[in-house]
Design a protein around this ligand. Sequence first.
Ligand SMILES: [Zn+2]
Length: 767
Amino acid sequence: MKRILTSLFIVLSIILISYISIEGLQPSATYFKEETEKSFSTANAFNHVKRIGSQPHSIGTKAHSKVRNYIVQQLQDLDLEVQTQKGYDFNNNGILTAPQNILAKIKGNDPSRSALLVMTHYDSAVHSSPGASDAASGVGVILESIRVFLQSNPQPKNDIIICFTDGEEVGLSGAGLFVKEHTWAKNIGLVLNFEARGSGGPSNTILETNTGNTNLINAFAEANPQFPVATSLMYSVYKKLPNDTDATVFREVNDTPSFFFAFIDDHFDYHTAKDTPENLDIKSLVHQATYLQALLPYFSQVDLDSLKADKDQVYFNFFGLDIVHYPFSFIYPMLVFAWVIFLGLFVYGMRHKILDFKQIGKGLWDFSRALFFGILISATLSDKLPVIYDSVLENQNDFPFNGHLYIGVGVSLTLAILFYFYRNYSATTTEKNKNAFVAPLVIWLVLLSIIAFILKGAAYFIIPFFFSLLSFGLLLFNKRNPYLHLLLGVPALIILVPLVQFFPVGLGLSKLFISALFVMLIFGLLWSVMAYLKYKKAGVLIFAVLAGFLFLTAHSQSGYTEDRPKPNSLIYMLDVDQKQATWNTYDKTLDAYTKPYFKKDNSNVDSVVFDSKYNAQYTYTSVAPLVNISAAAIQVEENRLDNTFTEYNVKISPQREVKRIEVFLDKNVKVESLTANEKATPNHQLPYYKDRKTPKLLTYFAVDQDTLRLKLKLKNTEISPVLEVYDASYDLFENETLNIAPRDEKMMPRPFVLNDVMMTKQKIILE
Ligand SMILES: [Zn+2]
């Protein structure tokens, strides 16, 4: 009876600690007490979110101007002098637009110091997203934090620049404009940037720096935010990925380091019509605010020029503690120490005939099979979900509305598999259990050794490993105590359990196998606890049933509803030269909205690829009626420079409310130089124009229907080069001839791609 109660206590404790490890990352929604005028008010911040993020306000729209005016007014109400900066930015990826940044400065009392820049963007994603999380939440937090700051810290040492960038969503354009052209940008020591890539979850701290992170981390720890979610694992992974936030522009162009804070859960809302104030998790908003509450007063005083460093640190957050951090130089000694302890224990176990190779081999065989099948089943699950469920297939964020339930299914299946392979390890066969601990420890050691070389930011995984080694030692010395073993497993649970959820949320449901891997690795570290649980066979059944239950729940939520709408798309394209028109869509399955326009047959799909996050291609093309819409007026002026080069001046003037122009040129035509609206290509040496991988020449997000003026220098060739020009207006529903039936309430515009547009296409021969 006592054993059963102990087992029950241990299982409940593991569940509770796991829960705390995730829930403890974030403050509660009512964290700020709002007692006086001087304290941060969540209601004030959320009110800004509602004012800004209730309707789509992407660059160039009327709502966008309204949002800008609102923010300018708010800053003026704080007695700040506000300026806007407008100009063209032509970025490294061939995106041209005319952002209008909003700027204000709080003067510091030491003019020799570098300034602190607090930043987020105020434009929402093109086309249908109200952008309440991304990034009205950032604007709300900054406006309210500045209000509070001004009430209590009227005299900072450093200048504080507040920068609400524009055109972030189309190509980090406002940040580009500010960094390249504004005089204030030359003298910035640190950037604090606020972002969202979903509508909930904890806000992660990510560092952007060209140098080592040591001083940044020391300062961050000293500033002492109350809910730091910051790990060097994120830092290392982020450094390896191609990244794109406004903060990146500051680092790349001006070598300015930054902290950026982003919540990324509920990724299904990202850039969709569902990024509304109602769907923003208030806890995420509050979490963002806790960072700024600590960092703004701190970084307004310290010398920001001292933040650069040669060396890196390993760091991680741990429930109830401040940021734990130590130098990268500790990584190898700690690893050697771990190997030495393990080998010492191993030799001791062998000498005293506690361990033997046959039993160890058996343990290794069981753990390896569990690893293999755990990963296989999770990978198969994430592979098959889009085949079974339309809502997974059509979800462009690789994280459907019921994604968390699918993670639950994967985790439960993995646990069922683990208990299956360990079902015959009885709580009383202590020798066998001791030998079986060797397998996960060896696998962990190999993993930690690899990490020490190729993913140093994850080196802190060694800390829970040390506790497991201690646990292993206690077993060998016959000092077994289930409660003590549980205690030694706490670091593994606190540090690693959040990652079980984090990876499929961050990288997409297709990476579900990483969850499975972490579950099994945690199980391995907790072996001295798991081994002595009673009723392992029942564990197989319990977790299999739980997986089934979660799957059925997910199944019941896999249809489309008003809250979980189906994304779809319809594009009307008029080929001006051919006098032909087509319907196009990016949808994989046709629905009531798209069916009237397409036949099942999709053998003749237009292969054009417009600039979009996932470089999506049309899935269906069909013939459409001809409608009289005016294509952009194009003028070409040719100027033969010499025997080698010719310069072309091309003017493309929109004739409708065009929001976007795409220009293509055969990718084999070498571009010698290109300017667009007087902005040169950022760097002529960039491979982008020298060696284009696609025929795309540039994408222009038009503001106020401004004419696009290209100056193009090409090598003379026998065959005249041909420009293909597309323009797009977001007025498909307004066309009376086409008379498009609106979407029903269980549908929404497909995000990321061109959608709900009327386009024209024309070819211009440069001769
Ligand atoms: Zn954003």
